[in-house]
Design a protein around this ligand. Structure first.
Ligand SMILES: Cc1cc2nc3c(=O)[nH]c(=O)nc-3n(C[C@H](O)[C@H](O)[C@H](O)COP(=O)(O)O)c2cc1C
Length: 175
């Protein structure tokens, strides 16, 4: 893939919130996990874990915990990507808290792009009640849910959200 193909790959990924019936296979899950394990992480500690949810009752509970975002139920498969505080803090102490959140965020991004490479559609859900998600998924105290990633197959809307001018993000040498 050359650099313009890479840009096109990135530009053709959009969040999809309407899905067909569940169609994620075990091979898809294995592919997404393998791709995500290539992500960089602080000290290569991979301080992220994922709960793969396909049970309808669990999906309904997660949708409730996310202000009834229907795409969580409709996707048929949701990955809850979590920061593993103990794994990062065992080496980095308090700084490990941030590293674990960063590792989980990068892992979510890799998963989203790996799904796109596999022609699956995703929607990243960040608006959820953390305590509710922890309780639904029975997460231990040192595991913090960072993102719910809905994964399915749906219809890509022709509308693509506008972005800021990329130059407006950049500051040179000093803010
Ligand atoms: C940290 C984060 C939290 C998000 N939370 C939600 C959410 O709760 N519900 C939702 O429908 N989309 C959510 N999104 C998706 C964004 O709305 C979407 O990425 C953005 O509008 C740009 O659109 P695009 O993904 O199609 O490029 C979230 C994305 C990120 C990165």
């Amino acid at each position: 893939m050359d650099s313009s193909e890479f840009l096109n790959f990135l530009a053709t990924r959009v969040s999809v919130r309407e899905y067909e019936e569940c169609c994620i296979t075990e091979d898809d899950v294995a592919y997404l996990l393998t791709a995500t394990s290539k992500a960089p992480s602080a000290g290569n500690l991979e301080a992220w874990d994922v709960v793969i949810v396909t049970d309808l009752c669990q999906l309904e509970a997660l949708a409730d915990a996310s202000g009834n975002q229907h795409q969580i139920k409709d996707a048929g498969c949701v990955f809850c990507i979590c920061a593993n505080y103990i794994r990062a803090m065992s080496r980095y102490g308090d700084r490990g808290i941030m590293f674990a959140v960063e590792d989980a965020t990068i892992a979510t991004t890799y998963m989203m792009l790996a799904a796109h490479a596999r022609r699956l559609h995703t929607c990243w859900i960040g608006a959820f009640d953390e305590n509710d998600v922890k309780s639904i998924l029975d997460l231990p105290a040192h595991i913090r849910p960072i993102a719910l990633l809905c994964i399915g197959r749906g219809e890509v809307q022709p509308h693509r959200p506008e972005r800021m001018d990329p130059r407006d993000h950049a500051h040179y040498d000093i803010w």
